[in-house]
Ligand binder design. Structure first.
Ligand code: NAD
Ligand code: UDP
Length: 338
C-alpha cells in the first residue's frame, strides 16, 4: 500500500513538479486546487510524465466542508501545502485577499488535519520573510522582518506553525523557505504558466525570447553589486521538488519543527541570468535599464548548509540547466497550458 499525500495547489508551478517527484518516490498523490492560478491540464501532464495519475478535487482550501470530505475520503500520511497567492505588488493592493488565501486557508487546513489526526506538513514559505535587516547569506535563525504584505502573510503562517508545535510536539512540520525557483521539468511538459502581468525575471525573459514582449526591463543598475544589477539565488524547480520529498521523508520519523532554506547558496545578477538565458536559448534578449522596482533588495542568497546537513539535500542543477529547461517549456508551450 502506497502512502497518500495531499498536495494543496498541486496544479501550480511548484506543486506540479513536486507531484512528479512524489509519484517517482512511490507515493499516491491527491491534489486540492481551486485553479485560480493554474489549469487542470497540468495534472494531465503530470500523468503523462509519470505514467500514473494524481487524484484531484477542485475547490478552495477555505471551504471547510470540502476539506472535511477530502480528509474523510483518504487516510493521508502527510500534506504538502503549496497553495497560496504570490504576486508581491498585487498583495500590497489587496492585503485582505492575500491574508485570506495565505493565512486563513492555512488555518482551515490545519484544523482539518488536526481533526483527522494528520500531523505531518511541509509548508511553502519564502526567502522574503527575512527582509532588509538580515545578513547575507541568510541563515534560518536570522530575525524575520518582511517588508511586504506577501512576506508577512508567510511569516504569520510560520508563527502559527511554531505555536502549534510548541503546544503539541506530536506535529511534524517542515517550513521550506524557497529562494528563487526557476526552470521546468526537463520533459518540457510542465513549467511555470505565468498568467496576467508577469512580474518575475525568468518568465519575463521567456516571453521576450518567444516574441510576446519587446524587451526586458532591468530594474536598476546602480545597486552595490558587481555589475550594478540585483542579485538573487536562483534554483531549479526540480531541486525544489526533491527538497519537498526529502523533507517529507525526514518528517516521517522526526517530530517538531524543521525550518530550511532551499537555495543554491550563491547569487547571480540579472545580467548574468540574461547572458545564461541567451546562451541556453540561442535567442537574443533585448533589454533596457529602467529605475529600481520599489521594495527590491540589492542582493541576497541562501546559506544552504542546514538543508545539506539535516537532509543531505543540495541543489544539483546549475544556471544553464535552469535556463535551458525554462526555455524548453516556454518554446514547446508558447501559450502555457491551453
Ligand atoms: P502557483 O500560483 O503556480 O501555485 C499555487 C496554486 O495554489 C495554484 O494552482 C492556485 O490555483 C492554488 N491556490 C491558490 N489559492 C488557493 C486556495 N485558497 N485554495 C486552493 N488552491 C489555491 O504558485 P507557485 O509558484 O507554485 O507557489 C507555490 C507556493 O510556493 C506558494 O505558496 C508561494 O507563495 C510559494 N513560493 C513560491 C515561490 C516562487 O518563486 N514560485 C517562491 C517562494 C515561495
Ligand atoms: N528583474 C528585472 N526585470 C524584470 C523582473 C525582475 O530586472 O522584469 C530583477 C529584479 O529587480 C530582481 C531580480 O530580477 O533583482 C529577480 O526578480 P524576481 O521578481 O524574479 O524575484 P524577487 O525579486 O522576488 O526575488
Amino acid at each position: 500500500m502506497r502512502q497518500k499525500i495531499l498536495v494543496t495547489g498541486g496544479a501550480g508551478y511548484i506543486g506540479s513538479h513536486t507531484c512528479v517527484e512524489l509519484l517517482a518516490a512511490d507515493y499516491d498523490v491527491v491534489v486540492v486546487d481551486n485553479f485560480s492560478n493554474s489549469k487542470p491540464a497540468a495534472l494531465d501532464r503530470i500523468a503523462q510524465i509519470s505514467g500514473r495519475s494524481v487524484l484531484w478535487h477542485e475547490g478552495d482550501l477555505r471551504d471547510r466542508a470540502l476539506l472535511q470530505r477530502v480528509f474523510s475520503q483518504y487516510a493521508f500520511a502527510g500534506v504538502l501545502h503549496c497553495a497560496g497567492l504570490k504576486a508581491i505588488a498585487e498583495a500590497q493592493r489587496e492585503p485582505l485577499r492575500y491574508y485570506q488565501h495565505n493565512l486563513e486557508a492555512s488555518l482551515t487546513l490545519l484544523d482539518a488535519m488536526a481533526a483527522h489526526d494528520v500531523r505531518r506538513m511541509v509548508f511553502s514559505s519564502s526567502a522574503t520573510v527575512y527582509g532588509e535587516g538580515a545578513r547575507v547569506p541568510y541563515r534560518e535563525e536570522a530575525p524575520l522582518a518582511p517588508n511586504t504584505v506577501y512576506g508577512r502573510s508567510k511569516m504569520m503562517v510560520e508563527d502559527v506553525l511554531h505555536d502549534l508545535v510548541q503546544s503539541d510536539p506530536s506535529w511534524h512540520i517542515g517550513i521550506l523557505r524557497y529562494f528563487n525557483p526557476v526552470g521546468a521539468h526537463p520533459s518540457g511538459l510542465i513549467g511555470e504558466d505565468a498568467r496576467g502581468s508577469v512580474n518575475n525575471l525568468m518568465p519575463h525573459l521567456c516571453q521576450v525570447a518567444i516574441g510576446k514582449r519587446a524587451e526586458l526591463p532591468i530594474f536598476g543598475h546602480d545597486y552595490p553589486t558587481p555589475d550594478g544589477t540585483g542579485v538573487r539565488d536562483y534554483l531549479h524547480v526540480m531541486d525544489v521538488a526533491e527538497g519537498h520529498v526529502k523533507t517529507l521523508q525526514y518528517l516521517a520519523t522526526e517530530s517538531g519543527l524543521l525550518t530550511l532554506n532551499l537555495g543554491t547558496g550563491r547569487g547571480y545578477s540579472v545580467l548574468e541570468v540574461v547572458r545564461a538565458f541567451e546562451r541556453a536559448s540561442g535567442k537574443r534578449v533585448p533589454s533596457r535599464y529602467v529605475p529600481r522596482r520599489q521594495g527590491d533588495l540589492a542582493s541576497y542568497y541562501a546559506d544552504a548548509t542546514r538543508a545539506s546537513s539535516v537532509l543531505g539535500w543540495h541543489a544539483k542543477r546549475d544556471l544553464s540547466e535552469m535556463c535551458a529547461d525554462a526555455w524548453r517549456w516556454q518554446s514547446n508551450n508558447p501559450d502555457g497550458y491551453i
